[in-house]
Structure formats: structure tokens, C-alpha cells
Write a protein that binds this ligand. Structure first.
Ligand SMILES: [Zn+2]
Length: 92
């Protein structure tokens, strides 16, 4: 029996593409990644200011959402609104 329909995400390293890292930042924040991938993301954030910025926004957003909507998933619209305001606020 073969089941190759499951998508295997590419392995992460500190040198991974920023887009790859950002794709996984949410899983990282949710503690859904294995230790190796977490290390890779931490190393990348350490070296890449752009990704670190985005990570900060994602983290702030997650804390906000956790505080406001403990039991339900925040609607996409609300998430976008929060991201936009945080980005605007950060941009000064
Ligand atoms: Zn990066």
C-alpha cells in the first residue's frame, strides 16, 4: 500500500528561504514543529531581521487572539485587521 498523497514539508535549515521560514512560523509558535525545525527557525530569526520582524508580528497577533478568543478561532477578517494595525503601528 502506498500513500504518497501526504505532503512532506521541506526540511528547514537556518539558510532556508525566508518564505519557507515564514510559512512555518505559525507552526513554530504553536509548538507543532519538531526540535530540528525549531532550531532552524530560531537560527534563521537570529540572522534575518526581516523574518524576525514578521515573527514578532505573528507572536503579538497570537497573544492578542489568545487573550480575546480563548475558545474560538479568530475569523480571518479579524486576524487581517490586527495584522494590519500592528504593521502600521510598527511602521510608526
Ligand atoms: Zn529570513
Amino acid at each position: 500500500m502506498s500513500d504518497d498523497t501526504a505532503e512532506v514539508p521541506p526540511a528547514l535549515s537556518a539558510e532556508s528561504d525566508c518564505s519557507l521560514i515564514l510559512e512555518r512560523v505559525n507552526e513554530f509558535l504553536d509548538h507543532e514543529l519538531d526540535e530540528g525545525s525549531c532550531d532552524a527557525i530560531r537560527a534563521h530569526l537570529d540572522a534575518c531581521e526581516d523574518c524576525l520582524d514578521d515573527y514578532d508580528v505573528q507572536q503579538a497577533l497570537k497573544q492578542l487572539v489568545n487573550r480575546c478568543c480563548r475558545t474560538t478561532q479568530a475569523p480571518q477578517q479579524l486576524r487581517m485587521t490586527i495584522v494590519t494595525s500592528i504593521t502600521r503601528w510598527r511602521a510608526g
